[in-house]
Design a protein around this ligand. Structure first.
Ligand code: MN
Length: 714
């Protein structure tokens, strides 16, 4: 078991100004709070956080990381709280420990290929501080090293998870040695037979291979020295799991996997690397297409090297990597190497675009004095454009940032989207436009009668949700318009003792369709429903000559045309639909601003009523349709008002004056005197809406001797 003194020595060896006190205090606290707990191995529990901290020093991480490593299991397994850790060790340490604990709490259902990438990304996205992941990886590595104490079932589960999730994460962060060790241990548990076979081959060959390694190394060293390229040559075995992968992927026998051996040539500068590859290719014939320049084009995890495979001195394939010392360092420790640069106070200028955020972070950190501010600055977003959420089954879904439960529902299935009536996030109901966050578990509440609403288009983020909602609304609109158009045509034709069916059968309808420039009969009939074409226009093609007189206009249309001198639009919209023909209920005469509801009426299209209209309340709910006033429609509407006043000379002139002052036209007026010296005046006035009417009524009420003013239903 590693001792705390070793850890402290190591930290001060790579960071002379490190806050060793923080690490020591974390150790004392961890020892006390884990006291009495033992691992499955029988060792005191403390051995685990100590080993994890030891691994963190191998990555040369800062004292905050090492302290957090010592404390990483205290929130999960002891009575320690977030507040305790923050008070004792500061917000950076407690925040990191909390992050590690959160990652430990994620429960994934499976690690199949389809899911693995999303899970890896979710883990990276959950950890808003890169040190959280470095600690999680060291935690996993120590758990893998002590996996023999677990039950077989757990061994398999943990090994599979390591192979699918954690080894690739280590690789992505560029920590090569850790990836190799994680893979080989997982390989041993998951494929014990294959592991033993490959391991024994490798051991058997080791001795003869050592001789071979020495020969090849000598040739390389001599040739490069002749070219004045001082270098270090490392010969090494490929790790067991990579040999296994090669056998599986290339379907070759173990005997054929010659490049079990690989050589690495380390030089001082980049130009030397390119010179060295020239020398190598001049001694041994390169295999076509095996040369790769990761110096010119680094891998996303910052890995840089020249790779080549050549035919070696004995006719065998030899894999060779050429790189600078610094590249070698980054290839082994990856992102942790960048962290070390930060600790030394300077930073590698060649950091690529993929890790630009890290460079930015470190540069900005120079000016940060406040520890809280620093903590904020090390919070990173590795995938700023995506969120990762769980299905109720534990699968992970990746969605664009800003996605809502509706996007989630459509991502599951189109029908789930259509029927999405509500959503629960981590067990609590949320509005449909709620913004999802990484790590949340989403459950969609469906209802078979529920239908997508046009409102959804204002907040959905995914293209799939958007297009499915649009499609659905379009189909629904068309269905309604078709039914409406059919009724309207039938109604008109009945006046002439004909039916739509008759013309459909005779083929005359088809002719009318062509004449009016529509593709199909259904398009034409739907056009009537949409208000794009009138039944009368169609009838002119179907019925003989002058038989067709102009369709009777509604009173409303007539009045409005008189006022405006032009054909008005209705000013009212069927919710979620464009251009549906709407008439106004004569029973209640709605004005813009009044709450309204629509009814699909036989032959009349949609009729709008005020929601309070008793007539409307009695109608068949099946035919009910949502309406809304179109914003900014410059229309005027007739409304009748009753004014009760004293019967005095000039008073009528005063009232009409007030109405004009309120900018309303009077369309009709009548006065009846009563026996009690009072008069009932009735006006039909044109107003733009409920607010306008209210204003006019107020003006009339203000006139002396006016007793009462009221809006009439009709
Ligand atoms: Mn642990």
């Amino acid at each position: 078991m590693i001792r705390i003194t070793d850890i402290l020595d190591r930290v001060s060896s790579y960071n002379s100004e490190a806050d060793l006190d923080l690490v020591e205090r974390a150790y004392v606290y961890s020892a006390r709070i884990h006291e009495g707990q033992v691992r499955l191995s029988g060792e005191p529990y403390l051995s685990h956080p100590l080993e994890v901290a030891g691994l963190l020093t191998k990555l040369k991480l800062d004292p905050v990381s090492v302290a957090a490593g010592l404390l990483h299991d205290t929130l999960e397994d002891t009575k320690a709280t977030m507040e305790d850790l923050t008070r004792l060790f500061g917000p950076s340490v407690s925040h990191i420990v909390e992050g590690v604990t959160k990652l430990g709490g994620l429960a994934f259902r499976s690690y199949e290929d389809r899911q693995a990438e999303s899970i890896r990304k979710m883990i990276l996205a959950m950890a808003d501080d890169i040190r959280v992941i470095l600690i999680k990886l060291c935690d996993r590595l120590h758990n893998m090293r002590t996996l023999q104490f677990q039950t077989e079932k757990k061994q398999l589960k943990i090994a599979q998870e390591t192979l699918d999730i954690y080894a690739p994460l280590a690789s992505r962060l560029g920590i090569h040695w850790m990836k190799i060790e994680l893979e080989d241990i997982a390989f041993m548990y998951l494929f014990p037979h294959q592991y033993r076979e490959i391991a024994s081959h490798v051991t058997k060959k080791k001795e003869e291979q050592q001789e071979y390694i020495n020969t090849v190394r000598k040739i390389i060293e001599t040739k490069l020295a002749e070219a004045h390229l001082p270098c270090e040559v490392q010969g090494r075995h490929k790790h067991l799991y990579s040999i296994y992968q090669k056998i599986m992927n290339q379907r070759v026998d173990f005997q054929e996997v010659y490049d079990i051996l690989a050589f690495r040539i380390i030089l001082d500068t980049v130009p030397q690397c390119y010179q060295a590859i020239g020398v190598i290719h001049s001694i041994w014939k390169p295999i076509p297409k095996r040369f790769k320049d990761f110096i010119g084009i680094p891998k996303p995890n910052m890995y840089q090297s020249l790779h080549t495979t050549v035919i070696g001195p004995f006719g065998e394939r030899v894999e060779i990597q050429i790189r600078t010392r610094e590249m070698d360092h980054i290839a082994n420790d990856g992102i942790a190497a960048h962290w070390q640069y930060k600790e030394k106070g300077h930073f590698d200028e060649k950091t690529g675009a993929a890790f630009a955020w890290l460079r930015k972070l470190v540069e900005e950190q120079k000016d940060i004095k406040d520890p809280d501010e620093f903590m904020e600055s090390v919070q990173i977003q590795l995938f700023p454009d995506e969120v990762y959420v769980f299905t109720p089954q534990g699968d992970v879904l990746a969605l664009p940032r800003g996605s809502t439960p509706v996007d989630f529902a459509y991502a599951i299935h189109t029908e789930v989207g259509h029927q999405c009536a509500g959503a629960k996030v981590d067990g609590r109901m949320v509005p449909l436009k709620y913004e999802l966050k990484t790590g949340q578990r989403i459950e969609i509440v469906t209802s078979p009668n529920h239908q997508p609403s046009r409102d959804w288009l204002s907040f959905v983020k995914t293209a799939k949700a958007r297009s499915r909602v649009r499609q659905h609304i379009k189909a629904k609109e068309r269905k309604q318009s078709l039914a409406l158009g059919r009724e309207m045509c039938d109604k008109l034709l009945r006046k002439y003792h004909a039916t739509l069916n008759k013309y459909l059968k005779s083929g005359e309808m088809e002719k009318a369709t062509r004449e009016l420039g529509y593709k199909t009969i259904d398009d034409l009939i739907a056009g009537v429903g949409y208000g794009k074409v009138t039944p009368l226009q169609i009838a002119r093609y179907l019925l003989p000559r002058a038989e067709v007189e102009d369709e009777k206009e509604t009173i409303v249309t007539r009045i409005k045309e008189r006022i405006r001198g032009k054909k008005p639009k209705s000013g009212i919209l069927v919710k979620g639909m464009d251009d549906i023909l709407v008439r106004f209920g004569k029973c209640c005469n709605p004005l813009p601003g009044d709450p309204v509801v629509g009814y699909i009426t036989r032959g009349q299209g949609v009729t709008a009523h005020r929601t309070s209209c008793p007539h409307a309340l009695n109608m068949d709910p099946e035919r009910r349709i949502e309406l809304e006033w179109s914003p900014g429609a410059e229309e005027v509407y007739p409304v009748r008002i009753h004014v009760l006043c004293e019967d005095r000379m000039g008073l009528l002139a005063g009232i009409t004056g007030a109405i004009s002052e309120g900018e309303a036209n009077i369309l009709d007026a009548s006065v009846k005197t009563r026996a009690d010296q009072r008069a009932d005046c009735y006006f039909t006035i044109a107003v733009s809406g409920a607010d306008h009417l209210e204003n006019v009524i107020k003006l009339v009420k203000n006139i002396k001797h006016v007793i009462k003013v009221a809006r009439l239903a009709a």
